[in-house]
Design a protein around this ligand. Sequence first.
Ligand code: ADE
Length: 233
Amino acid sequence: MAQPGQFIMRIDIITVIPELLDGPLSLSIIKRAQDKGLAQIHVHNLREYSTDTKHRRVDDYAFGFSAGMVLQIEPIDRIISQLKAERSYDEVIYTSPDGETFNQKIANQLSLQENLIILCGHYKGIDHRIREHLITREISIGDYVLTGGELAAAVISDAVVRLLPGVLSDEQSALSDSFQDDLLAPPVYTRPAEYKGWRVPDILLSGHERKIAEWEHAQAVERTKRLRPDLLK
Ligand code: ADE
């Protein structure tokens, strides 16, 4: 349950392929966050806002000579206007390889917001006036091109929702995640303590809390230096 005074984060995702989001947002921790009333994720099928009642088309040929279909402005303006008439939004995000690269800092920022819209990008793009007039933030999940922005929207929603208070238990606490302090997480082990002669480091079996914490920190620093030295700059 959300605590008194705690807001329920709402994410509205706009897509032409809602089925692509079914799995990632309806299982495991993200499902539990919604069941516990800590977050609401609403997926909207853009075709329902088409101006073409017969074929429900939402794209059209690009002006000029570029090949391919482009998402039209009107269906997107219709749904965003309808959502904005119901509540105010902190950000209207567009997922695109052109955007700022998503990272833990952006996830932390977004987790402090109350209402977000995520418009999923489309392989040949969307009418540029949408980006100029309706979008407040463009986010990429990395320097590679996906067929559409749905998987990016799922990645962003997952990374943000797990940070909301009450979503993770204390043991899973997001504060100990890789990247929260610009360090990779230390290695973890479970039983058996020895398997095929491969042993868990003795220190972890020692029961000595302070020494274990020091060892974990040293491991985090060593792993970060070796694997992601860029994070230490
Ligand atoms: N759409 C296509 N590629 C993408 C990416 N890398 N990040 C976000 N949205 C995208």
